[in-house]
Ligand binder design. Structure first.
Ligand code: AP5
Length: 192
């Protein structure tokens, strides 16, 4: 089973992806986590991505499409994967469709996690406050979150009609407790 978790910054994509890893043995493919690891390791990709991520803009399509394509080829992805934070715009979605077709794979479902903006600000504020010294994400502040949300509305939200046209979107209310959101996602996947 190959899935996309789609939602605004702080909607709970990573949280729900981790649950699906534990429950279903799927592999979580988070472009944000992969890019942060590249920044921490000081790789060429990390150096190219760091300032862009800290500004709340999107890293180039070429970088993230390459990372995802290579990762999907790894044997552990055979049993299925959850794309968390990818695709982020229509060009990435088109590249994904093409890539999956070439690899003989398919996308089964897109789960949209819906959360109101005010709650997103509360969550990111809380996460930043609870992170220890030096562990706060560089993009977890009000100004950058505002930019991340603008980018989401302009570039990522158009993926909803893109995947609705393929009949693949299911939406959940991401403002419920984590367990309840997880239970709704489970129900959707059990019906597949
Ligand atoms: P990325 O790492 O993908 O960040 P994001 O989309 O902004 O999302 P977050 O990771 O902040 O939120 P989430 O939805 O995963 O929520 P989470 O579970 O963490 O991207 C970062 C940057 O990398 C981008 O801005 C861009 O520069 C670059 N990038 C990444 N992918 C890219 C791509 N494909 N193309 C180009 N650039 C790319 O939860 C958030 C908080 O809320 C947590 O504290 C959690 O505990 C809490 N929470 C979660 N669910 C609930 C709930 N139901 N109730 C209460 N609290 C909850």
């Amino acid at each position: 089973m190959n899935l996309i978790l789609l939602g605004a910054p702080g909607a709970g994509k990573g949280t729900q992806a981790e649950r699906l890893v534990a429950e279903r043995g799927l592999v979580q493919l988070s472009t944000g986590d992969m890019l942060r690891a590249a920044v921490a390791a000081g790789t060429e990709i990390g150096r190219r991505a760091e300032a862009i991520m800290n500004s709340g803009e999107l890293v180039s399509d070429e970088i993230v499409v390459g990372i995802i394509s290579d990762r999907i080829d790894q044997p552990d992805c055979e049993k299925g994967f959850i794309l968390d934070g990818f695709p982020r715009n229509t060009a990435q979605a088109e590249a994904l469709d093409k890539m999956l077709a070439e690899k003989g794979k398919q996308l089964d479902l897109v789960i949209e996690v819906r959360v109101d903006e005010k709650i997103l600000f509360d969550r990111i504020r809380t996460r930043a406050a609870e992170a220890g010294d030096g562990a706060v994400r560089a993009d977890d502040n009000e100004e950058t979150l505002r930019k991340r949300l603008d980018v989401y509305h302009e570039q990522t939200a158009p993926l909803l009609p893109y995947y609705q046209a393929q009949g693949k979107v299911r939406s959940v209310d991401g403002m419920q407790p984590i367990e309840t959101v997880g239970a709704e996602i489970k129900e959707i996947l059990d019906r597949l």
